[in-house]
Design a protein around this ligand. Structure first.
Ligand SMILES: Cc1cc2nc3c(=O)[nH]c(=O)nc-3n(C[C@H](O)[C@H](O)[C@H](O)COP(=O)(O)OP(=O)(O)OC[C@H]3O[C@@H](n4cnc5c(N)ncnc54)[C@H](O)[C@@H]3O)c2cc1C
Length: 460
């Protein structure tokens, strides 16, 4: 395909490098976290300036190419085969305004790059469970912070301004009052309306968090789940929790007591006095001796240790759904599907508790579909293409097994690569009214649907 494209003309307009398949550096540029969902672009532009982003988008528009964006590489819903890929690492910067508790990022920073610089000012951002996730991709999908979301809502509720290059190659700033329709669509529809070059958002004066993980042997699961559900319902907003039902690999990097273990992982955080956080955890101290215990008062910048997500890329499949409720029958079913006698091979099946500030409407309308949703339920299977049928079969069994309690909505950041690929599926996830409002903005700012290497909003 590139043979017919005047790539020399594009290159002459760029400050940053351009890569074609086979070029040194091409593979590094297109690398993503999930080795099962590679990007296979015809051209990669390693943008170094906003001008590079604009030139690349105009070139793609003029040549009928779709545009993909790789930020932190943690969710690639489509392969991007044959398209123009923009990487923004060379534009990465951040400016912290401690007096306003605000930060402006450009390019593609990962949360892990920001956490220490914020901590130096006594500040904390609303990062997710893994510090390796990209800040911008995360914010555009809402951003569910395991530590701060129940008290502060979605990370995207705290965005004050977004710079974005749309399908016409124009750079626009979106705020609650300027290009308000763009500001609405960007906070929830991810990369559908353009390539974001900068975001400004609020952060919080927090230095430490009491939290970590308690891992129990999986034969405790039936006793653990009702205790956890009832306890979670009583927690104050400063506390966050989720549970992971895990079969951990016997690999370096997994802490020794957990290597090869089948466990139930209580994730817990409390923003406040350590003694209060410890007192709240009391019911689980009575459950027996955990296999592994990392709960302590920790610097906020170490909050990634609560989930302990894998840091390095790996091949995996995932599926998820929202859950409306977890009555006793649902918990019994979950034990049948994932418990000690289930034969379940999934590395992690998790339930995240939502609610509290996540149910509050933001100051300016946004495109997130999940306010009022009780839980996000997600399964992860590690394995390459040769195990796809087996692992996806198990994901379908576990996610499908919880269907009686499922909600069609789920967190945009948790929609798996294989899910919501048809307009109808995506419409069900967002609800028809919100879906149509997003489509209207998309048609205004990206009428040619350049930004379709995505969970794509199109008129259905
Ligand atoms: C291990 C792991 C843990 C996670 N934990 C959480 C969590 O706790 N909470 C949570 O909310 N989510 C979580 N996620 C999901 C994560 O937030 C999303 O996958 C997010 O989209 C990743 O962003 P990225 O930049 O790393 O990924 P990328 O794959 O680079 O980007 C994903 C998509 O975001 C869009 N995008 C990225 N950058 C731009 C840009 N500059 N302009 C326009 N569009 C852009 C594009 O549509 C792109 O396809 C987790 C994911 C993983 C793999």
């Amino acid at each position: 395909m590139t043979a017919q494209l005047d790539v020399a003309a594009l290159k002459s307009q760029l400050t940053g490098p351009m890569f074609l398949p086979g070029d040194p550096g091409y593979d590094e540029e297109r690398a993503t976290f999930n080795l099962n969902t590679p990007l296979i672009p015809a051209i990669v532009v390693g943008a170094a300036t906003v001008g590079d982003v604009q030139a690349a988008i105009r070139f793609a528009a003029g040549n009928g190419l779709a545009v993909a964006t790789r930020g932190g590489g943690h969710l690639v819903p489509r392969s991007g085969a044959g398209q123009l890929l923009l990487t923004l690492d060379r534009m990465t910067s951040w400016r912290i305004d401690a007096s306003r508790a605000s930060v402006r990022v450009t390019g593609a920073p990962r949360w892990g790059q920001l956490m220490e610089p914020l901590a130096e000012h006594g500040l904390a951002g609303m990062n997710g469970s893994s510090p390796n996730v990209g800040v911008v991709g995360y914010l555009l999908g809402g951003g569910l912070s395991p530590v701060l979301s129940r008290s502060e809502g979605f990370a995207s509720d705290h965005i004050t301004a977004i710079d974005v290059v749309n399908g016409d190659g124009e750079l626009r700033t979106a705020t609650a009052t300027e290009n308000a329709d763009l500001f609405f669509a960007l906070r929830g529809s991810k990369g559908n309306v353009g390539v974001v070059t900068a975001v400004e958002f609020g952060v919080f004066p927090i230095r430490t968090v009491y939290g970590g993980g308690l891992w129990f042997a999986i034969d405790k699961l039936a006793e653990f789940l009702p205790l956890w559900r009832d306890w979670a319902a009583t927690l104050p907003e400063q506390a966050g929790t989720s549970v992971g039902i895990q079969r951990l690999p016997d690999l370096p990097g997994v802490p020794d007591p957990l290597r090869g273990a089948s466990v139930v992982h209580l994730r817990y955080s409390y923003v406040g006095a350590a003694a209060e956080g410890e007192a709240l955890l009391e019911p689980f101290r009575k459950l027996g001796t955990p296999v592994f215990d990392t709960v302590a008062e920790i610097p906020f910048s170490a909050s990634g240790t609560i989930h302990n997500d894998p840091p390095a890329p790996l091949p995996y499949f995932d599926r998820g759904t929202g859950l409306r409720e977890l009555p006793d029958e649902a918990l019994v079913r979950l034990v049948e599907l994932t418990g000690p006698d289930s034969g379940c091979p999934l590395v992690n099946v998790e339930v995240r508790v939502l609610g509290a500030a996540l149910d509050r409407e933001p100051a300016a309308p946004d495109a997130l579909p999940t306010r009022g949703l009780a839980y996000q339920f997600t399964g992860f299977a590690v394995g390459g293409p040769d195990e796809a049928e087996f692992m996806i079969g198990w994901l379908r069994k576990v996610i499908g097994g919880m269907r009686p309690w499922a909600d069609p909505r789920q967190m945009p950041n948790f929609i798996s690569p294989e899910a919501a690929h048809t307009p109808q599926e995506l419409r069900d996830t967002y609800g028809p009214e919100l879906y149509d409002r997003i489509v209207a903005v998309k048609e205004k700012y990206d009428p040619a649907n350049l930004f379709r290497v995505n969970h794509n909003f199109v008129r259905s």
